[in-house]
Design a protein around this ligand. Structure first.
Ligand SMILES: [Zn+2]
Length: 362
């Protein structure tokens, strides 16, 4: 699946100076565009400096590995640094914006946003004949399992035989849903997914919910009756709004929890500086960021101190500083310390806090 991305590992990669080149290309990108961007960056670096030599060798690595070809579909994220002997690329099924970023670490922000917005989810589609289980990653839907139902239709026989028939049918439905619930547990072990949507026959959708484990029930984002005979793609189109709604709901919920903590000076940090400070201390559990937020920050070349704004020199050691995208740095710190980052559509209260807030561990 697409989500085989270790954000934490990427976020831990860091070097002295601006030595990491991060490239995001989509199917509409041209190689000429990329070469132009490379040329622009090259022009910004001092001649015969270590930074420039590393940049040249790193871009050569990228040219060689990609054979000067943008992706044919979706997007490609590449992180490379010759100095650290590092190269990692990921093909994503969704079209992301193009970027070329030169920084002291991989530019993981778009990737973190992608992972948050397109969490892997599982769809169970079931009717009386059988069930299909799908995993959705990005915009790709893949059937990963199925179960036979063979539940007989309701018939009118009357009397004892009717009762006997109904009991047998109920038992069949029970076993069928039990089996599907078991398969979901197996699947969650092999291929973890964040959300679950159950769709199909109304009665069976309800029955299956009763068979889910507590953990699985917590993943349930929607349970919907869906008409039979949809193609996989049609099914995905019909269910996608529920999934997006669930994403928005999670954002609002996190905002609500942070707000609650604020009323009694609890486990919350709001605004860029307090959030940066608590991230550095490893106290953040959930990070909430307005997806439009732009924040300038700096890093010291000498002591690697990270801060907000762009001072003339490092407030700690007076060393030379360079500008960084502070939002990317916050995302990296979150990944390094095991905090989950949630990117939100604008929320009034979050905007008032300065576009960023966190729920703390302690
Ligand atoms: Zn310093």
């Amino acid at each position: 699946m697409t989500q085989n991305i270790d954000l934490r590992k990427l976020a831990n990669e860091t070097g002295p100076d601006r030595c990491f080149v991060s490239v995001f290309l989509n199917a509409k990108s041209t190689w000429q565009w990329l070469e132009r961007r490379f040329e622009e960056y090259r022009g910004l670096l001092e001649k015969s400096s270590d930074e420039r030599e590393n940049f040249d060798r790193t871009t050569d690595m990228i040219r060689e590995r990609l054979q000067r070809k943008p992706p044919q579909s979706g997007s490609l994220a590449v992180f490379a640094c010759w100095l650290s002997d590092f190269y990692e690329s990921h093909h994503l099924s969704v079209e992301l914006k193009e970027h070329v970023i030169l920084d002291s670490s991989p530019y993981v922000r778009p990737l973190a946003e992608f992972l948050d917005e397109y969490e892997t989810f599982c769809i169970v589609l079931l009717d009386h004949k059988g069930a299909k289980i799908f995993l959705v990653a990005g915009v790709d839907i893949t059937q990963v399992d199925k179960a036979r139902g063979d539940i007989k239709n309701h018939v009118r026989k009357g009397g004892w035989s009717q009762q006997r028939y109904e009991r047998r049918r109920d038992k069949q439905i029970h076993n069928y849903c039990q089996e599907i619930a078991g398969r979901l547990e197996e699947l969650a072990k092999e291929d973890p997914f964040e959300d679950l949507i159950i769709a199909g026959d109304k009665v069976l959708v309800k029955e299956l919910q009763g068979h889910l484990s507590t953990q699985m029930a917590q993943k349930l984002a929607a349970a919907e009756p869906v008409r039979a005979g949809l193609s996989d793609q049609e099914l995905l189109e019909q269910l996608y709004p529920s999934f997006v709604q669930e994403e928005r709901r999670e954002e609002e919920q996190l905002y609500g929890s942070i707000r609650e903590e604020c009323f009694h000076e609890g486990r919350a940090a709001t605004g860029p500086l307090p959030v940066l400070a608590t991230l550095k201390e490893g106290r953040v559990n959930h990070l909430l960021i307005d997806r439009e937020l732009k924040l300038k920050g700096f890093r010291c070349r000498r002591c690697e101190f990270l801060g907000l704004g762009i001072p003339i020199d490092c407030p700690r050691c007076e060393g030379e500083v360079f500008e960084v995208d502070l939002v990317n740095e916050l995302v990296e710190l979150a990944a390094q310390t095991g905090a989950k980052t949630e990117f939100a559509d604008p929320i009034e209260g979050l905007t008032l806090w300065g576009g960023v807030a966190a729920l703390l561990r302690y």
